[in-house]
Design a protein around this ligand. Structure first.
Ligand code: NAD
Length: 486
């Protein structure tokens, strides 16, 4: 493992580590300490053109490699990821700030995607109907689509790229990844291990950078499809520009996930789950709990338990044992979060727990203590916007109908959860809530690799989601052949 010691990161193209043509770079910083870990090149259009040309050339041979042989590379890759599990988790904690335990869990999620993709020989099987009319038969087969561009966010440097490239390459495509410029280190390690697993040169490439690389991929005629995960405004922009250029685009966007707590819920479970979902990974999860709609009759009891448990959270460097809450990603993000806390106060929400006062948050690095607002309403910015930090809003509601109304007013619709023991309430929730990923008595209903990551409304732009059979369909096209034997 060498990448962490490298001063300026290199791009990975055609199986080689090469310098970007650009001389612009940005610092990669450990958010828990402020230490500069490396510099990431802000690559240019020229770098994109080179990587795409290589990926297009590699596609000509990779697409014809038998599917079981392509899958075998991923079997080997899975083994290597398991062997390097701790090391990968450590890189994630160092560049992202989340606790080592959470980073470990993220590596697991990445590995699960690789495991799902190894099933390609079964998943890619075609279908045949031997008699569509007398002497006539018809069948469908699946083929790769070409060069795929992947653009990823800072918050899951392993899991999110693994939503994309394992399925894309096992189905016969080649791939150009643009990792987040704020957490680019892990991607390079993923590439080193892919090489060790025996992936041929040019099938997987990395071009580090920011907007220019994204635009370069979106405008490039040779790129067939774009998988994007990131914030809502950028997702919308990527979807519009990519589809305008006649590409397939799936763009997974921001969120404001609501949890509903009914008066028959197990409060101990609800408060523990919601605390983990709101403050785990410093609230920097697209499936984080951001708003709790709690029934008035149990709201005081719920708040008391939640605040009590939150007070026990350990804040610090994610590499230290027992730390639960690490830093947010950058100083600017901390400042933005503190502004939202001020806004919440001005808007009249009741600041029940003020994370600005946490002693352990006053350390070097970009820490914000867990913050809880009560009596939040839909007119408030803190209810409307994705804050993406350890700030939780509580809204008191009369009943389930009101909780569902409140949830469905959000422009975002990634996930929603309900805490109850009543089957009828669960059914009403499932049938009437406008969100694509639902949880019952759990805090983070993130689907596993074999199900689609199915955000709705402004949390997703496109038709086919990431993961599951949707992922397979996104990265393949169909040929239907009708045959008459004469
Ligand atoms: P971001 O939108 O700032 O960046 C995502 C990617 O887009 C990065 O690679 C970045 O370099 C690029 N980018 C940023 N601004 C751009 C611009 N103006 N033009 C072109 N490219 C641009 O997102 P982030 O802060 O890295 O990640 C956090 C966001 O991602 C949150 O909103 C979170 O909800 C979302 N997210 C969503 C999901 C999901 O499944 N829906 C999963 C993870 C994260």
């Amino acid at each position: 493992m060498t990448q962490l010691k490298v001063k300026t990161l290199k791009n990975y193209v055609d199986g080689e580590w090469i310098h970007s043509k650009s001389d612009i770079s940005e610092k990669v910083v450990n958010p828990a300490t402020g230490e500069v870990l490396a510099h990431v090149p802000i690559s240019s259009q020229e770098d994109v053109d080179h990587a795409v040309a290589i990926a297009a050339e590699a596609f000509q041979t990779w697409k014809d490699v038998p599917v079981p042989k392509r899958a075998r590379v991923l079997f080997k890759y899975q083994q290597l990821l398991v062997e390097h599990w701790d090391e990968l988790a450590e890189i994630i904690t160092i560049e992202n700030g989340k606790s080592f335990k959470e980073a470990h869990g993220e590596v697991q999620r990445g590995i699960e995607n690789v495991e799902f993709a190894t099933g390609a020989p079964s998943l890619m099987m075609g279908e045949q109907l031997p008699t569509i009319a007398n002497g006539l038969e018809s069948g469908v087969n699946y083929y790769p689509i070409g060069v795929i561009g992947g653009i990823t966010p800072f918050n899951f440097p392993m899991m999110v790229p693994c939503w994309m490239f394992p399925m894309a390459i096992v189905t016969g495509n080649t791939f150009v990844l643009k990792p987040s410029e704020r957490t680019p280190l892990l991607a390079n390690r993923l590439a080193e291990l892919l090489e060790e697993a025996g992936l041929p040169k040019g099938v997987f490439n990395i071009v580090h950078g920011a907007h220019d690389v994204v635009n370069g991929l979106l405008d490039h005629k040779t790129v067939s499809a774009i998988s994007f995960v990131g914030s809502q405004p950028v997702a919308e922009y990527v979807y519009k520009r990519g589809t305008d250029n006649l590409k397939r685009v799936q763009a997974l966007a921001g969120a404001k996930n609501h949890s509903i707590v009914l008066n028959d819920a197990n409060l101990d479970n609800a408060t523990t789950q919601i605390l983990n979902a709101a403050f785990g990974s410093a609230g920097e999860r697209c499936m984080a709990a951001s708003v709790v709609a709690v029934e008035e009759s149990i709201a005081d009891q719920f708040m008391e338990q939640l605040v009590q448990k939150t007070n026990d959270i350990t804040i610090g460097n994610g590499l230290d044992e027992d730390v639960f809450l690490g830093p947010v990603i950058r100083d600017q993000h901390k400042e933005r979060t503190l502004k939202y806390i001020e806004t919440g106060e001005k808007e009249g929400a009741h600041l029940v727990r003020d994370g600005r006062n946490d002693k352990d948050a006053q350390r070097e690095g970009y820490f914000v203590g867990p913050t809880i607002f009560d009596n939040v309403t839909t007119e408030m910015k803190i209810w409307q916007d994705e804050i993406f930090a350890p700030v939780l809003s509580i809204a008191r509601v009369k009943n389930l109908d009101d909780a569902i109304d409140l949830t469905n007013k959000s422009r975002f619709a990634n996930g929603a959860c309900i805490f109850t023991n009543d089957g009828g309430s669960v059914r009403q929730f499932r049938e009437t809530i406008d969100a694509g990923m639902l949880g019952v008595n759990i805090g983070v209903p993130a689907p596993m690799a074999f199900f689609p990551f199915s955000g709705w409304k402004d949390s997703f732009y496109g038709d086919l989601h990431a993961n599951g059979k949707d992922g397979l369909s996104f990265y393949t096209r169909k040929k239907v052949m009708t045959t008459r034997w004469v």
